[in-house]
Design a protein around this ligand. Structure first.
Ligand code: PGA
Length: 244
């Protein structure tokens, strides 16, 4: 059975004091249960803080990106092995903000997923269409192209990743995909993964998930949890989503 997973993506937010409060509220409020997991993906400098706060708890932590390279002259980059040194379980790859603002192509995203896996991390590979692509009727083609780049690169190892469907038009906009819209894309991605022998891959939905829409979204048969941006910065809201 696929487990349930809710991951917070803090993006470029936080500070030592605010993080300490947020992490201790998550620790105090999260009731671990079999087959249900939560994690936070924090900015790189705060990984030691997340590790110190969360080690030995049921809450995982990770990074929001990772280099496709192992080591060397890549100024500003952070390798998957470095993330492992700080106890990371996850690394998000291919978030639409990385694709949009930092030029991460499908090939780069696939290489990052491979680097993460090779170091023992679980990549959370994001796919999703823009509003223009949805309106042009190309949603399926876009997300399949993005997923296939990862499938081709990883081969059978794809069974060890997490996939997040995040329609770009729903990220940070307050505009969520309806449960039916999300489910339709998830069903298509699920079929693709099954064909690749990876039916156990958790499929998360992301894009303006809040406590008040999480129940309906997570009730969909192919939605195994969420990747949560803005709402992951408030402990009560994030925990309410996780309980959904
Ligand atoms: P949001 O972001 O929940 O703020 O829409 C989700 C994401 O970008 O992962």
């Amino acid at each position: 059975m696929r487990g349930k997973l809710v991951v917070g993506n803090w993006k470029m937010n936080g500070g030592l004091a605010a993080n300490a409060a947020l992490l201790s509220a998550l620790k105090a409020g999260w009731q671990p249960a079999a087959g249900r997991e939560i994690a936070v993906c924090v900015p790189y400098p705060y990984l030691p803080q997340a590790q110190a706060a969360l080690a030995g708890t049921a809450i995982g932590w990770g990074a929001q990106d990772v280099s496709e390279h192992d080591a060397g002259a890549y100024t500003g980059e952070v390798s998957a092995a470095m993330l492992r040194d700080f106890g990371c379980r996850y690394a998000i790859v291919g978030h639409s903000e990385r694709r949009q603002f930092f030029g991460d192509t499908d090939g780069v995203v696939a290489a990052k997923a491979a680097a993460a896996l090779a170091a023992g991390l679980v990549p959370i590979a994001c796919v999703g269409e823009t509003l223009a692509e949805r309106e042009a009727g190309t949603t399926d083609a876009v997300v399949v192209r993005q997923l296939d780049a990862v499938l081709t690169r990883l081969g059978p190892d794809v069974a060890r990743i997490v996939v997040a469907y995040e329609p770009v038009w729903a990220i940070g906009t307050g505009r969520t995909a309806s449960p039916e819209q999300a489910q339709a894309v998830h069903a298509m991605l699920r079929a693709r993964l099954e064909k690749a022998g990876a039916s156990g891959v958790p499929l998360l939905y992301g894009g303006s998930v809040k406590a008040d829409n999480a129940v309906a979204l997570f009730a969909m048969v192919d939605i195994d949890g969420g990747l949560i941006g803005g709402a992951s910065l408030k402990a009560a809201e994030f925990l309410a989503i996780a309980r959904a």
